[in-house]
Design a protein around this ligand. Structure first.
Ligand SMILES: *[C@@H]1O[C@H](CO)[C@@H](O)[C@H](O)[C@H]1NC(C)=O
Ligand SMILES: *[C@@H]1O[C@H](CO)[C@@H](O)[C@H](O)[C@H]1NC(C)=O
Ligand SMILES: *[C@@H]1O[C@H](CO)[C@@H](O)[C@H](O)[C@H]1NC(C)=O
Length: 172
């Protein structure tokens, strides 16, 4: 009995040890999932960004509660890229406003992504010079919540199905 007790303690210690090395840093993780937080609509919180295929080399930034579906990203300088295990890169592209829109699509497309991203204590940010005024989630036409960004140079009077969110980087 004593031997068994010691053995199970040893096994317990071996199993537990990886967690002792878990990173407690507030730095941007090397590899991350983008997770919504802080919405006044609880159905828009704790959702992960993934690439919803819309055409060759094109994906909309749609949201899912399912971690297995989530797209794994990393920061390369000021560009956000995604690891889709292809020989060519995929990046995060907030679509430019050329139509006087007050909010606009966000896509995960072939390429290194738009420049101007950074992470601070309120999550992933894009350059205000490019018009970034925060993230918006709307229940949209892929029959799921979808990610948009607010174009800060116009006043966004978005529909009730939309809400503002933060996009936190959760270590992958
Ligand atoms: C980072 O981006 C640059 C171009 O902006 C590219 O040359 C380089 O391969 C990228 N790094 C990775 C790991 O994809
Ligand atoms: C990545 O792609 C390679 C080559 O196509 C494949 O052998 C490997 O299993 C893939 N890895 C994952 C995690 O899908
Ligand atoms: C993070 O960056 C955004 C965009 O530049 C800014 O509005 C926000 O105040 C910053 N948050 C903190 C805590 O500095």
């Amino acid at each position: 009995m004593k031997f068994l007790g010691t053995l199970s303690l040893l096994i317990g210690a071996a199993v537990a040890s990886p967690f002792h090395h878990a990173r407690q840093s507030t730095k941007t993780p090397d590899s991350f999932y983008l997770k919504t937080s802080g919405s006044e609509n609880s159905a828009h919180n704790d959702l992960y960004v993934y690439g919803y295929h819309t055409g060759a080399a094109l994906n909309d930034a749609v949201l899912t509660p399912d971690l297995d579906t989530a797209s794994k990203g990393f920061l390369n300088g000021t560009q956000v890229q995604f690891d889709f295990n292809t020989t060519f890169p995929w990046g995060l592209y907030p679509i430019g406003v050329t139509n006087y829109a007050a909010w606009q699509f966000v896509e995960l497309n072939v390429g290194y992504g738009a420049e101007g991203f950074f992470v601070n204590s309120t999550g992933l940010q894009w350059s205000e010079q490019n018009g970034f005024g925060g993230w918006l989630v709307c229940d949209w036409y892929h029959n799921a919540p979808q990610l948009f960004y607010i174009y800060r140079f116009y006043t966004a009077e978005y529909p009730a199905s939309c809400s503002r969110v933060k996009l936190l980087t959760e270590s992958a």
